[in-house]
Design a protein around this ligand. Structure first.
Ligand code: ADP
Ligand code: MG
Length: 296
């Protein structure tokens, strides 16, 4: 909860995708342009040999390489207990999950030593598997303070969004995501059903406009209608300004999202990678075919 509060507080400085919108030259991947010149391309988010351990030192994530750009949806699929949530929390800087080895880069900048709020400011967003309730903070006030902090950071000083403009934007997003109007005045996640929590998380994402969104098991506990709305929201938001990592145990949500890349995650490692066809193979064959013993 304390961590969540810090992270929530981090929205006080949440920044637009365009923050630091200087285009860094960069990185790892050499691609040829039509003219034949080779340019260096760096992925927006890069995990290099990332290892994550619990507080007692138990290593859960055992060397993950992953590169995610805007306009890309990556599915990370794995069985329960494989370390998917551990990976998600480590990306966001949860203090209980320590990155013990490897690199975590956003725009070439190392995030490993940064607090959760600093990572959020740089455009990382995590939709929790189990969202926390925030008593006393309404959905509306949460959204408004988040947006105002974005504006403050952009303007270099207080620049609160005019209330009518804010209401219009919020109402439009709520309408699109089919979040009932009365939810705007309820306390964030308090007494929300599973489906309501997930919709409101997608609403947060729509309003905050992160650069990389990590959705941890957003599909669990959702009926088909809610699932379609959430998936539609993700699909709408992934584009020139945002990339997404969709973490899931089930293939179900991927019927509505169409990932560009699928990474099979077993035993703290990515054991196979491919396109959307891999998700269908998983659905048909299960994870047994990918258990570490079989893989190596
Ligand atoms: P997944 O999300 O793939 O189901 P998790 O990352 O939640 O997997 O869990 C991976 C392993 O790490 C499990 O054995 C789980 O019990 C353990 N684990 C994760 N977080 C904690 C924690 N905070 N304290 C103790 N064990 C944890
Ligand atoms: Mg999990």
């Amino acid at each position: 909860m304390q961590w969540f509060s810090a992270w929530f507080g981090g929205f006080a400085a949440f920044l637009y995708p365009s923050f630091g919108g200087h285009h860094r030259p960069a990185s790892m991947d050499l691609r040829a342009t039509p003219s034949g010149t080779r340019i260096l391309i760096m992925a927006l988010l890069e995990l290099k040999n990332l290892h994550v351990a619990l507080e007692d030192g138990t290593e859960i994530v055992k060397g993950v390489d992953l590169a995610v750009n805007t306009n890309e949806t990556h599915a990370v699929m794995g069985p329960n207990g494989s370390g998917k949530s551990t990976l998600a929390y480590a990306l966001m800087g949860h203090p209980a999950y320590e990155i013990t080895e490897g690199e975590l880069l956003l725009d070439g900048e190392d995030l490993t030593q940064m607090e959760a709020d600093e990572r959020a400011q740089r455009g990382l967003f995590l939709a929790f598997q189990y969202p926390h309730a925030v008593p006393g903070v309404t959905v509306t006030s949460f959204m408004r303070s988040a947006i105002n902090s974005v504006r403050k950071a952009k303007a270099g000083g207080d620049d609160p969004i005019p209330i009518p403009e804010f209401r219009k934007e919020l109402m439009a997003a709520m309408e699109q995501l089919k979040v009932p109007r009365e939810m705007a005045s309820r306390y964030l996640n308090e007494g929300f059903s599973g489906g309501e929590k997930k919709r409101v998380e997608i609403l947060q994402m729509a309003m905050l406009k992160p650069r990389i969104a990590v959705l941890d098991e957003t599909d669990s506990g959702l009926d088909i209608d809610a699932l379609k709305i959430v998936a539609g929201g993700v699909k709408d938001l992934v584009g020139p300004n945002m990339g997404a990592i969709v973490i899931t145990h089930y293939q179900r949500i991927l019927n509505y999202i169409d990932p560009d890349f699928v990474h099979v995650f077993v035993g703290g490692r990515i054991v196979e990678e491919g396109g959307p066809e891999l998700a269908h193979k998983l659905e048909a064959e299960g994870y047994e075919a990918f258990t570490p013993e079989v893989v190596k």
